[in-house]
Design a protein around this ligand. Structure first.
Ligand code: ZN
Ligand code: ZN
Length: 162
């Protein structure tokens, strides 16, 4: 009697908590963002293919360069030039470890800027899912010209995938 009740309870909890793939990878991107070292923004990116993680990135200083949290940001025209953006770091991780990114889906906590959009295009990413809007008309135009899908995460939440 007690065992049956416990099993039913666990199944119910698992059934409610199990996220779809888009939700799962966006949750991971948000966790990746917590590692950011530029105090101006916490951004995370996860590149996936066939439901597997290829690389991850958060915004922070290049290898062997002190982080913003240690020596302060390097501001030029209100933008921090010390930190590399999360999406660029995710692509660099692929270069460092020899992971091809062709056909990947990028899950980004923020809508990618122009430079990151160009890198994602050239790296072979086919779809970008972003959470927080950060509209940039030039980035949107270039992604459209390249045929890369740019999809707000909110638009996917109603869809469930298994
Ligand atoms: Zn910074
Ligand atoms: Zn960027």
């Amino acid at each position: 009697m007690h065992n049956d009740e416990r099993i039913v309870g666990v199944e119910t909890i698992v059934g409610q908590a199990r996220p779809g793939w888009d939700e799962y990878f966006m949750q991971i991107a948000q966790t990746v963002a917590t590692r950011a070292t530029c105090p101006r923004a916490s951004v995370g990116a996860v590149l996936t293919r066939d439901h597997r993680i290829l690389t991850t990135g958060y915004n922070g200083a290049p290898r062997n360069v002190p982080h913003c949290t240690e020596v302060g940001c390097l501001l030029v025209n209100e933008h921090c030039q010390r930190a590399t953006h999360a999406e660029a770091n995710a692509i660099v991780q692929g270069a460092l470890h020899g992971v091809g990114l062709a056909g990947a889906i990028a899950y980004c906590t923020h809508q990618p800027c122009v430079n990151c959009s160009k890198l994602l295009i050239s790296a072979g990413v086919e779809r970008i899912v972003y959470d927080k809007p950060y509209p940039d008309a030039v980035a949107i135009e270039l992604l459209a010209e390249a045929g890369v899908a740019l999809i707000p995460f909110a638009a996917l939440l109603s869809r469930s995938t298994s």
